[in-house]
Design a protein around this ligand. Sequence first.
Ligand SMILES: [Zn+2]
Length: 214
Amino acid sequence: MIKESDLQAEQASQRDVVPAGDYYMQVLKAGQTLRILDLEGNQAADTLFYSSADPSERYSAIDTIREQGNVYLTAGTKLLSNQGSEMLTITADTCGRHDTLGGACATESNTVRYSLDKKCMHACRDSWMLAVAENDRYGLSKRDITHNINFFMNVPITAAGGLTFEDGISGAGKYVEMRAEMDVIVLMSNCPQLNNPCNGYNPTPVEMLIWDAA
Ligand SMILES: [Zn+2]
């Protein structure tokens, strides 16, 4: 569902541009709103959420899909935790839908899907691992890396139930916005994938904007 935001970029309290292949890790306080802005279009932002009070509570694709009765995420979607609590609500979306089934790229999956010599290529899972290692104050480790959301990524389901990675439906300047319903740790890998069309074979930066509660 396309829904535009009322928020003005000039009034954001924090703005960070994240290059492709880099990560963003930040606490979003309850009531704050986060926008992920696809600066150049066709970019995937692979994102995990944890309760900052107790990171063993984290985003759950299973609970979110079951409760909303739809596999795509868009404006109005409540992002639920593995304990069934509302972590964030998607409040605006000019892309239209986002994936939470496709998972994140890893060097291992790159070798299985594409070829052995892709092993050395940068991947989202490595960016997350680097993030948790460089930010040990959050108390996260390798075992906390779980199923994620791929904002802006297009993974349509075929009539037979198959998953396909398709060319993106996002474009330059499109964004998705979400309000935190609890204090959450946001961990986003700006995807460096070059082997499938999720980034249009051209990974580009995204901007993360935060607004304080009105
Ligand atoms: Zn990736």
